[in-house]
Design a protein around this ligand. Structure first.
Ligand code: FAD
Ligand code: DLZ
Ligand code: SF4
Length: 514
């Protein structure tokens, strides 16, 4: 058989709705998928993330074969592998002599550059097809963004609701009369708030082989490999989605920001890894949430809050990434240069909130949004950690992490390193916020109500030091007048003590004793 088109599918493009598969000619085209070290090690990925993707890739390849496609699947230990995506495309082109090569645009800038360089090296044309799994194209986002002074997610989200007719009435008005029900969400945790039972999927031979492979080849890798509960096929991911909609969505909004010891999942959906890898489609997820509201099984604040995360935040974040890359990755507006402390990897710190978040991260390749933003992210912001080092950490440790989504969330939302392009106000908070939204502080070596001395919660003095350090930048911020009024009210002596205490926390952090 002569190959007409060599069609390449990356590990996070496991979707049969993409043109790369939908337009494939089963008689003459070959689909290429490859497990390669270059992708498995460009950051030190969590071992669960690698196992999830390899197992999902192998299952997807099997499903394609069963559906009649010819698949060239290169496993990690296959002899002759070049261990890179471009190397495997070149090798396949040499062996199969296709008339052309087609790829779907990748989720990371670095691979887009690789494909552009490859197109010059290949003896045949390389087509880069749009990634149609997203609800907003690059051109649509650019049209929306063009000429706006501020790129506010909320306005983008309203456009997306209108465009896709989600939670929209016949007269064009938002369902329930408001676009956003956030005021009804984000309650602190009530006593005994726990995570409803979660699904766990039986491991077949494919997954067991992958777990053995990852154990063998990534023995020193970050994270706990087993138990391994991830869905690895679209059918399983759909079960996870249905379970969430039926049992968890109704209380999603209420406890979106709550944090509870020993409860990594609470009322979150755990769907990001599946949506980002192509196993679920964002629109089907939103439509199921809307249907739950219309059928009366979920309240509007929960359905709207959940839909906003996907139709709003997720699409907006991707728009920001592609509009501002590659310059975006180098931004460091707050001039932060402190190296990432070792405890982000080891979990060894006396700060109970950080320890808890890092334990969830290590065990599950997951922590929920508020832990990412207000615990590990907030600490990095206050301590002035280098945005690039923080970004590489987030890209490595979460099963849902690809640069298009991780970078704007880390560098923009959490670290304000993009100078407020994404968030009007830095997400900086003292120990008081963590005390209010979690039960972490009760088991901590530090006291959230104390700012100075032995038992002082590091988030307190670091918060005020952050406020003082960036006074020129933020004192005119319309959303921060009370902060600077409080700082001024403290008087010089207390201000100096707080700044000294912050330096002591940073010194302890560098010594590994914080
Ligand atoms: P839920 O709380 O159930 O939310 C529902 C869905 O909404 C998610 O599955 C996700 O698809 C979407 N969503 C929610 N918030 C965001 C957001 N801010 N940006 C994009 N999508 C969102 N998300 C990733 O998918 N990959 C990342 O690498 C990633 N890195 C992050 C880094 C930082 C510093 C922060 C603050 C956030 C990051 N997020 C990332 C966003 C968010 O934290 C995760 O999407 C969410 O925690 C995933 O868990 P879940 O599926 O249970 O989400
Ligand atoms: C994350 C990842 C990993 C760990 N391994 C592979 C792989 O071996 N082969 C592959 O095609 N993709 C992998 N991926 C996903 C890619 O890194 C992802 O496609 C890019 O980061 C673009 O989003
Ligand atoms: Fe975190 Fe401070 Fe509370 Fe300890 S006291 S858990 S460091 S907020």
């Amino acid at each position: 058989m002569t190959t007409a088109v060599l069609r390449v599918i990356l590990g996070d493009q496991l979707s049969s709705r993409l043109a790369i598969v939908a337009e494939a000619d089963k008689a003459s085209d070959v689909i290429l998928m490859a497990e390669v070290m270059s992708e498995a090690s460009y950051v030190p990925h969590h071992v669960k993330k690698i196992a999830f993707l390899f197992s999902a890739m192998r299952h997807y390849a099997e499903a394609l074969r069963k559906a009649g496609y010819t698949v060239r699947y290169v496993a990690l230990e296959d002899e002759g592998s070049s261990q890179s995506i471009d190397g495997e495309i070149l090798r396949a082109v040499e062996e199969l002599s296709p008339a052309r090569v087609a790829v779907t645009e990748p989720g990371e800038w670095r691979l887009r550059e690789t494909f552009e360089a490859l197109s010059l090296a290949l003896p045949v044309p390389l087509d880069i097809l749009p990634d149609t799994r997203f609800l907003c194209t690059h051109a649509e986002f650019d049209d929306w963004a063009e000429g706006r002074r501020e790129l506010r997610m909320e306005y983008f989200y309203r456009e997306m609701r209108r465009k896709h007719g989600i939670l929209l009435e016949a007269d064009g008005k938002p369902t329930g009369g408001k676009w956003n029900y956030d005021a009804d969400n984000r309650k602190p945790p009530k006593a005994g708030l726990d995570s409803p039972k979660r699904l766990s999927f039986a491991k077949n031979t494919i997954t067991r082989d992958v777990l053995a492979l990852v154990k063998r080849r990534f023995a020193d890798g970050y994270g706990r490999l087993e138990p391994f509960h991830f869905a690895v096929t679209r059918q399983q991911a759909l079960r996870e989605l249905d379970h969430f909609i039926a049992h968890i969505l109704p209380s999603f909004g209420d406890y979106q920001d709550a944090m509870v010891k020993g409860e990594p999942f609470l009322r979150h959906s755990l769907l990001s890894a599946y949506i980002n890898a192509g196993l679920l489609y964002p629109l089907e997820v939103c439509k199921k949430a809307e249907a739950a509201y219309r059928e009366g099984s979920a309240p509007l604040n929960a359905a709207e809050g959940f839909i906003r995360q996907i139709l709003g935040w997720r699409e907006y974040i991707r728009g920001i990434y592609w509009r501002f890359m590659p310059d975006y990755a180098t931004r460091n507006a707050l001039d932060a240069h402190e190296p990432l402390p070792a405890f982000y990897w080891t979990g060894k710190t006396q700060m109970a909130c950080i320890r808890e978040t890092l334990a969830h991260t290590y065990d599950h390749a997951y922590s929920h949004h508020i832990q990412r933003l207000m615990i590990t992210g907030n600490f990095a912001l206050l301590a002035g950690l280098d945005p690039h080092e923080v970004h590489e950490w987030y890209l490595a440790v979460y099963a849902d992490a690809y640069e298009w989504v991780e970078l704007p969330n880390t560098l923009g939302m959490a670290l304000h390193a993009d100078d407020g392009l994404l968030a009007t106000k830095p997400y900086a908070a003292s120990g008081n916020y963590i005390k209010k939204m979690s039960n972490y502080c009760s088991g901590c070596a530090y006291d959230p109500t104390v700012a100075l001395g032995e038992r002082a919660c590091p988030f307190n003095a670091l918060y005020w030091d952050f406020v003082a350090r960036h006074k020129d930048r933020f004192s005119a911020n319309a959303r921060m007048p009370f902060v600077y009024a409080n700082w001024a009210k403290m008087g010089t002596e207390r201000q100096e003590s707080l700044r000294k205490q912050a330096q002591a926390h940073l010194a302890a952090m560098r010594e590994g004793t914080l």
